[in-house]
Design a protein. Sequence first.
Length: 276
Amino acid sequence: MKIFEYTELLKNLTLRDLRLRYRNTGLGFLWSLVQPLTMFFVYYAVFGVLLTDKFGMGGTTYPFLLIIGLFAFNFFSGGVTKSTPSIVQAGGLLKQVAFPRIVLPLASVLAEAVHFLMMLAILILACLLKWWPDHGSGLELLPLFYLPVILLLHLMITLGVGLLLSTMNVFYRDTEQLANTFMTVLFFGTPVLYAPPTLEKFQSLGFLNERSAEIIHQIYYLNPMTHVIKGYRDVLLDLSNPNPGSLAMAFGLGLVLLVWGYCVFMKSESRFAEEI
């Protein structure tokens, strides 16, 4: 079955996930704007005003760096953790209706993508208001056109991991809990709260020799979210083109994850109904 024949089903499942998120709330979808706006102003007040000297990040720079990292990682984390149980949660539907099972994790990821796009719109506006006085020329805003490319890489990585874990969760139900734990660990192994460390930073750690520092540095940059977050920060914080090598690394890792996840998912799809 071709997935493009089920675009209506995919749209309905994505809207269902969005409705469930804000069901029985007074503001409904407006919470998608209220929550990121609140987070932005809180972080701006705390890290941009109250703790400026402590962090030494040039006043208002750190809260922007932080909020970009948080929003980007939350999309990845939310997409993965919501898609992981998507097949198991739809067990009854799988036994009654014939449709491409891949639309279930895909709908979970797309619902998180809609939420992230609202956050991204707020970030773009905030960054433009902050940097526009110093960058009055429209030509200097051209790096913003890289955002769709970075977003596509972001989606590839999130969907690839989501397909892998949603398949594993059908056969090993501990996967959902392990995914939540893994996201907590990965949060601190991803440059969300800080800028990506250089090799010199690793070498400055007293308990690592030079060779060990190089190995850990290389492993650290195998995390595709490191490159995605760096890309968002290059564009939104510095109004500069993202590093081509970093984008290429994100694309390579994202493509491997997406193809791997897709192949594992499609190979196991026929066994989902009997396992659930």
